[in-house]
Write a new protein. Structure first.
Length: 110
């Protein structure tokens, strides 16, 4: 099970890194950032194929998208100086709490 979650973390990392390269690619006009983000997205989906064989797809997608959104919002604030209202920050933490709850009770419901 640990290996499955490591693949999921790797998929999240690749998806976040690829998304962070979107502005750098300047609408896909810069070759290297575009190539790198394509490889990162493909790697993320490849890693997800291993995860969906072990965990329910709803749990996988909720975790992948939730933690991806949270991480991208924080990195966007740090690297691209994008602002976050306090309401958005609370919402991001609610997403993380939701992901924790979803994963805490996976497989415990009959």
């Amino acid at each position: 099970m640990l290996k499955t979650y490591l693949f999921l973390i790797g998929a999240i990392f690749c998806e976040v890194a690829g998304t962070m390269l979107l502005p750098v690619s300047q609408n896909f006009t810069k070759f290297f950032p575009t190539f790198a983000l394509s490889v990162l997205y493909l790697t993320a989906f490849y890693l997800l194929t291993f995860v969906v064989n072990k965990l329910p797809i709803a749990i996988v997608y909720a975790t992948w998208s939730g933690l991806g959104i949270f991480t991208i919002a924080i990195l966007g604030y740090l690297f691209f100086k994008q602002t976050l209202a306090w309401q958005a920050i609370i919402g991001l933490f609610l997403i993380v709490i939701g992901v924790i709850l979803v994963n805490s009770y996976t497989g415990k419901v009959s």
